[in-house]
Ligand binder design. Structure first.
Ligand SMILES: [Zn+2]
Length: 392
C-alpha cells in the first residue's frame, strides 16, 4: 500500500484508506464494497474494516440490495442522507447565499439575501452570521463550513485582495472572522469560479470524458477556472483564473487592479446594467427603464428588445474575446459559461461562438466544445460543498 511506503502510522494508513474510499464513493455514487475494492485497489478485508468505521461514524449508510456478479446479492453504500450536513456560504457583491447540504450533496435548504451597495462588511457579516446561526440551530451535526468568495482571492492566505464594486471586503478578514465565530467547526475557503468548476466537472464534464475544462463564471463578476483531468488548477498562490482582470483593450479605462481595459469592466452584470440604465434614460424604442433589473434585461433580451439585444450581444462579443485568449493559452476541449449569464440562453451562446470562431484558427475552434452551463442549482454553493467533503 502506498501509504505504508510513505511511513505512515497505522492510524495514518487507516485514515488514508478511509479518504480513498470516500473519494471513490464520491466518484461512483452508491456502490458495493466490491466496487470500492476494484476501484481503489484496496483488498476486500481492508475495505470492509474501513467501511465498518465509516458506518459507525455515520458518514456512510447501507442503501439496499443490488444484484452482484453470478447472481449474488450485495449491499450498496452511500453517504448518509440525513443527520450530518455541510453548511456553505457564497458571498457575492450584491447578495449572499447560505445552503445546508446532506453528505450526499442534496441541498436541504437555501437562503439568498441581498446586500445593499456600500453596506459595511461588518454589517453584512452580522447578517450572514444570523442566517448561519439559524441553520446551525436547526441541524443536528455540521461536518464543515465551506465559504466561496469572488476573486481575486489569494487562496494561500485566504484573503480577498480585490473586489471591484465592493471594496469594503478587501479590509475584512471574512474567513478568520468565521473561524473565530464557529471555532468548533472546520471552515474551508475556495474561490467561487473554482468551486463552480468543480461542480461542472463532477456533474457534466467528467461524463463527456473531458480532459481540460475551462469554466467561465459570468455574472456580478467575471472569473474562470481550469480543471485538468479532475484537478482544479490553482497557480502558485491560488490566484489562477482571474480572467476578469485580463485586458481586452490595453488603452482602455483603468481598473482597480492596476491594469487597463480589464474584461470585467466591460462585461460584468454591474457594467451591463450601468450601460443599459444610462441608455434607457435618454433613448426610446426599448421596454427597459433607467432602473431596469437584471431579470428585466434577461426578459427583454429573450423577447428581442432592441437595446437589450445590442447590449447583451456587445457583452457576448467582449466575453468571446476573453474566451479566445484563454483557449489559445490553455487548450481546453470543453468551455462552459456559467453563473447568471447562462440565463441569456442560446442566442447569447451563438453570439459568443460566432465571435470565438471568427478569432480562432479553424483547427483550434473545431477541437473545442463551447456550452452554457445546464446546472440548475447554484454551482458555487455545490462546489463549496464538494470541496469540504473532499477534505472531511
Ligand atoms: Zn482589473
Amino acid at each position: 500500500m502506498k501509504a505504508k511506503q510513505r511511513g505512515l502510522s497505522i492510524e495514518g494508513v487507516q485514515g488514508h484508506n478511509r479518504r480513498v474510499i470516500l473519494t471513490a464513493i464520491q466518484d461512483m455514487g452508491a456502490c458495493s464494497r466490491k466496487d470500492i475494492s476494484v476501484a481503489t485497489g484496496l483488498d476486500p478485508a481492508t475495505v470492509t474494516r474501513a467501511v465498518g468505521t465509516l458506518l459507525e461514524d455515520g458518514m456512510l449508510e447501507e442503501v439496499g440490495l443490488v444484484k452482484g456478479g453470478r447472481g449474488r446479492r450485495s449491499i450498496n453504500l452511500d453517504f448518509s442522507a440525513s443527520g450530518r450536513y455541510i453548511l456553505c456560504l457564497r458571498l457575492q457583491r450584491r447578495s449572499f447565499s447560505v445552503a445546508a447540504f446532506s453528505l450526499r450533496g442534496i441541498a436541504v435548504d437555501t437562503i439568498e439575501l441581498p446586500v445593499p451597495r456600500g453596506q459595511p462588511a461588518r454589517k453584512t457579516f452580522a447578517r450572514i452570521s444570523e442566517v448561519m446561526d439559524t441553520f446551525l440551530a436547526d441541524l443536528r451535526r455540521i461536518d464543515g463550513i465551506g465559504v466561496a468568495v469572488p476573486g481575486p482571492f489569494l487562496e494561500r492566505d485566504e484573503r480577498v485582495i480585490l473586489m471591484t464594486e465592493s471594496p469594503e471586503w478587501q479590509d475584512f478578514d471574512l474567513i478568520m472572522e468565521l473561524r473565530q465565530r464557529y471555532s468548533s467547526i472546520r471552515v474551508h475557503s475556495i474561490h467561487d469560479a473554482k468551486a463552480a468548476a468543480l461542480t461542472e466537472w463532477r456533474c457534466h464534464a467528467k461524463r463527456l470524458k473531458t480532459q481540460v475544462l475551462l469554466y467561465i463564471s459570468a455574472g456580478q463578476g467575471i472569473g474562470s477556472a481550469l480543471v485538468v483531468e479532475g484537478e482544479v488548477y490553482r497557480g502558485a498562490s491560488g490566484l489562477a483564473g482571474e480572467l476578469g482582470h485580463t485586458s481586452i483593450q490595453f488603452d482602455g479605462p483603468s481598473c482597480k487592479c492596476g491594469n487597463f481595459g480589464c474584461l470585467e469592466l466591460f462585461t460584468s452584470r454591474l457594467a451591463l446594467l450601468r450601460a443599459i440604465r444610462e441608455r434607457a434614460a435618454t433613448e426610446n424604442g426599448t421596454c427597459l427603464t433607467p432602473d431596469a433589473s437584471f431579470e428585466e434585461v434577461l426578459r427583454a433580451y429573450s423577447e428581442g428588445d432592441r437595446m437589450a439585444l445590442e447590449e447583451g450581444n456587445r457583452v457576448a462579443c467582449y466575453l468571446a474575446q476573453g474566451i479566445t485568449n484563454c483557449i489559445n493559452f490553455t487548450n481546453p476541449d470543453l468551455v462552459v459559461i456559467g453563473d447568471e449569464y447562462a440565463q441569456f440562453g442560446l442566442p447569447f451562446l451563438k453570439s459568443i461562438k460566432d465571435q470565438v470562431q471568427a478569432t480562432l484558427l479553424a483547427s483550434v475552434y473545431s477541437g473545442v466544445r463551447i456550452e452554457l452551463s445546464q446546472i440548475t442549482e447554484d454551482p458555487v454553493l455545490k462546489g463549496a460543498f464538494l470541496d469540504v467533503l473532499s477534505q472531511t
